[in-house]
Ligand binder design. Structure first.
Ligand code: SAH
Length: 359
């Protein structure tokens, strides 16, 4: 039986205040100067926000009371609602976040040894249409702002124990980060700033379906983030089926853009390959993939398919996983199989979606 959803009658209140997280250090310093305050107040606020994990201006006790009041009048800090918070046995936590700007996205905290990685969304929905992924089932609704991307990072930081720090960020949540590059770069700029989250770009990965002009723009930006390219197929006929945007791009121009990024950034590239049982896991696919990658010195990240309710794809058999691995390793391709984390709460790759759709 389908449960009726509660009727929402009240119009949500619109908060007219500005959103603090949309301001970088310079913009906040500027604001203080306009208020007749010293610019260093911005540094005090940022320390509370990023290091001391404050969620309200009232907590910022080294600021004069009048300044705290003015800040409270002028800005919100956290403007999203946590609609759901799930925790998995393996320490993975997933937040479903209702954004002030409309729509819902998910983001995930993964605990692995001493690593504390977060997986963050960049869009409500996704326009890329990869046939095996939950995030794009209903298309894209909108881009997240820089502040909305940053807010996910801070909300996940708040899930950590006080003595722990975020160590890694992957832009592998919902959406295509390179289709929202300026806002993604704004948020990542705050994440890596020494007075922000202080995470080195070496520990930040942007995952993309592979949009060559945007890969070039990322290279021109000049910060050496890690780039992960979601390849998923070793030839255009198959990639066109699995990743429809490939039709207008083609694997060879994608690989050329990835190579250019490697040359400008100096960072080893990662290629991601979701292994779909009976679709792209044959010996022939493995051979073709080895030919594409063996001379590139890249890391191949193979992700056995995580089931998505309503989609017809299957996790590959143990036999075909072993065969795939042996062929690629035999050809000298550096590969790793991605561990499945958070799958019991649908927080694994490709399982993030934009609504609480019943599954
Ligand atoms: N749009 C970006 C980032 C989001 S997806 C991209 O395409 O890279 C992050 C990774 O999860 C991608 O490699 C994606 O292809 C993979 N993925 C999507 N659906 C999956 C599924 N059902 N099982 C396993 N991995 C999946």
């Amino acid at each position: 039986m389908v449960q009726a959803l509660p009727v929402v009658s009240a119009t949500p209140e619109v908060d007219q205040r500005g959103r603090l997280l949309e301001l970088d250090r310079e913009a906040l310093r500027q604001w203080f100067v306009e208020q007749g305050q010293p610019a260093f107040r911005a540094d005090q606020v940022r320390k509370w926000l990023f290091q001391r994990r404050a969620s309200e201006f009232a907590q910022m006790t080294d600021l004069p009371k009048a300044v705290r009041d003015k800040l409270t009048e002028s800005f919100t800090i956290f403007s999203a609602r946590i609609v759901a918070h799930q925790k998995s046995q393996d320490g993975t936590e997933k937040l479903l976040v209702g954004l002030a700007g409309g729509g819902e996205v998910e983001c995930v905290l993964l605990r692995d040894g001493s690593r504390r990685s977060i997986c963050v969304s960049s869009q409500v929905g996704c326009a890329m249409g990869c046939v095996f992924c939950a995030s794009g089932l209903d298309g894209v609704e909108r881009n997240l702002s820089g502040g909305e991307i940053l807010e996910q990072m801070l909300l996940l930081q708040h899930c950590l124990e006080a003595d722990q720090r975020l160590s890694h960020i992957v832009m592998m949540g919902m959406g295509e980060p390179l289709a929202n590059l300026p806002n993604v770069l704004m948020a990542l700029g705050q994440a890596r700033a020494d007075d922000g989250l202080g995470i080195s770009p070496r520990r930040i990965t942007i995952s993309t379906v592979g949009l060559p002009p945007a890969i070039d723009r990322l290279g021109e930006h000049g910060v050496a983030y890690n780039l992960a390219v979601s390849l998923h197929a070793p030839n255009d006929a198959l990639r066109n089926q699995l990743v429809p945007v490939n039709d207008k791009i083609g694997i060879s121009s994608l690989l050329a853009a990835a190579d250019r990024y490697f040359h400008t950034s100096g960072r080893r590239l990662t290629f991601e390959y979701v292994l779909l049982g009976g679709v792209n896991d044959s010996a022939e696919c493995a051979d073709q993939l080895a030919t594409l990658l063996r001379h590139r010195g890249v890391l191949l990240n193979v992700i056995p398919y995580n089931p998505v309710a309503g989609l017809p794809y299957k996790t590959p058999s143990g036999h075909s996983i072993r065969r795939f691995r042996e062929i690629l390793e035999g050809a000298g391709v550096n590969l790793q199989f991605r561990q499945r984390k958070g799958s019991e709460i649908d927080a694994a790759c490709g399982q993030l979606r934009r609504n609480r759709v019943s599954s």
